[in-house]
Write a protein that binds this ligand. Sequence first.
Ligand code: PEP
Length: 252
Amino acid sequence: MSRKPFLAGNWKMFKTGEEAVSFIGQFKSVTSSLTDRDVALAVPATALEAAAKAASGSPLIIGAQNLHWEKEGAYTGEISAQMIKATGATMVIIGHSERRQYFGDTDDKVAKKLGAALWTGLVPVVCVGENLSDRESGRTMDVLSSQVKGSLAGVNPAEAHKVVLAYEPVWAIGTGKSATEGMAQEVHVFLRRQLKEILGPQVADQIRIIYGGSVKPENAANILAQSEIDGLLVGGASLLVEPFTKIVSSPC
Ligand code: PEP
């Protein structure tokens, strides 16, 4: 089954609205010639509206990096799916390992956030990944199985095909130490099997599974050449126009 590649940048806590507009002004024309793939940027909440406006008229997808599952309420500092949508953004990252590690995002919370994103019509990019001690103790597949099952628990089967699943080994994020193509492919094959068990083969075959962790212009094409890798989630290398342009233009 052919799936449209999904290539996304995650700016984390970098760039003001003004800086986002300047980046997108230089970058968005790149996306116009890349119609065979989806290209996205997850920007800080404070830059969402300006980024969505700057990207309008181009295929560049703008997204948030987190959300709260309630529509509104007494949740100081949080933003809802509806608020994200109102900025013009259409995507959201859920359960990034930095959220799981520093801000208490559990699989239960990820599942609730996923429900809110889908209900609101945002494309959810759900992140899973093992840490170094999981990998070294041979627990990678157990940890991933439990994260996938927990994060997708209760997902509406009619909407599940819209999910993008990001495999991001925690030990590879921001460390310069990427998984080898073979390691990533092995995990993606396993994740597809898990998705088949949970959602059935038809839905599972439509879900894009993307890789993230120290992706650079130098390794992007080799990673994308793997049959089960449907795209990339890029942190550090998405902050500058030139390397990110090279990455998103890689053969898919
Ligand atoms: C990320 O933040 O999702 C990520 C993969 O970061 P980096 O590319 O910098 O490892």
